[in-house]
Design a protein around this ligand. Structure first.
Ligand SMILES: O=C(O)CCC(=O)C(=O)O
Ligand SMILES: [Fe+2]
Length: 285
């Protein structure tokens, strides 16, 4: 049986996001099927797999077919024995200590945007989900770029933004002290209009670690960053994923932003496993 790409309920456009049907629950795929999945990923930016039953090794093995894996630092939230898997959520171990990182990913962002070489993609697998809340939002940055007013597109052409963990950690992670490993993370500059190395298309590249814009006075740059962040998260670009256990979502950080949403942590457990792909320095459009 072949695979099929189906539109997602509530997705904003015809090409942003697709459910992949007809795949083995462990995501084992022959080379031809894998190439179809990969091509579908570059076409749709977000792929949703349902009814997945992956072991950590299946998860790692499937993700690695897309490229080298990234190991998250600091390593304290990586799965014991499988450092390639980053654990997110409020689940606790038998001794009561946290299993994963709580409160990860609140605020629209792309993974690794605060590093010189951001992550190409991430693959999040739902092991336990609350009956309500804890959705993830995804925003189509190709569509956002294409919809920008012409004068704003001209203004950002050839310009880079500064992304700063140091300046913004206390705002994006108010509940967490800055990990020692991140104290020395230098600020980085990335193009605001980014060309995707595989699709050749141009996406707006902006997220929650962006602060200033190269060549603009500080106040004007900050205002433009705020405008672009707001513009990018308009409902017309956003797909809301309501998780079921056994869902796995692969997203492309080069052309889609995402944002976690809250849930009642006192009542419910949410446990997610994520693999992360290494990327390449963003290319100016
Ligand atoms: O848990 C989520 O909904 C998303 C968290 C996040 O930002 C990530 O996994 O990269
Ligand atoms: Fe994230």
């Amino acid at each position: 049986m072949g695979i099929a790409f189906r539109p997602l309920d509530g997705a904003p456009g015809t090409s942003f996001g697709a459910e992949v049907a007809g795949v083995d629950p462990r995501l084992r795929a022959d080379e031809a099927t894998f190439r179809e999945i990969e091509a579908g990923w570059y076409r749709h930016s977000i792929l949703v797999f349902r009814g997945v039953e992956m072991s950590p090794d299946d998860h790692i093995g499937f993700t690695r077919r897309f490229g080298p894996l990234h190991i998250m630092t600091p390593p304290e939230h990586n799965l014991d024995g499988h450092p390639e898997i980053f654990v997110i959520g409020n689940a606790v171990k038998e001794d009561g200590t946290a299993l994963g990182l709580r409160g990860a990913g609140m605020g629209f962002h792309t993974d690794g945007e605060d590093k010189a070489v951001p992550n190409a993609g991430s693959f999040l697998y739902a092991r336990r989900v609350p009956p309500e809340g804890g959705d993830t939002l995804f925003a189509d940055m190709y569509a956002a770029y294409e919809a920008l007013p012409a004068e704003i597109r001209d203004k950002i052409a050839g310009r880079q933004a500064r992304f700063s963990r140091k300046a913004l950690h206390h705002i994006n992670y108010p509940h967490l002290p800055m990990p020692a490993e991140l104290h020395d993370r230098p600020d980085v500059w990335h193009p605001l209009a980014r060309r995707h190395p595989k699709s050749g298309r141009v996406a707006l590249y902006i997220g929650r670690w962006a602060c200033d814009i190269e060549g603009l006075p500080e106040a004007e740059g900050r205002e433009l960053v705020g405008y672009l962040q707001e513009f990018a998260r308009q409902p017309r670009f956003v797909y809301r994923h309501r998780w079921r256990e056994g869902d796995a979502v692969l997203w492309d950080n080069r052309c889609a932003q995402h944002c976690a949403t809250p849930f009642d942590e006192a009542r419910y457990v949410r446990l997610m496993h994520r693999t992360t792909l290494e990327g390449e320095p963003p290319m100016m459009a």
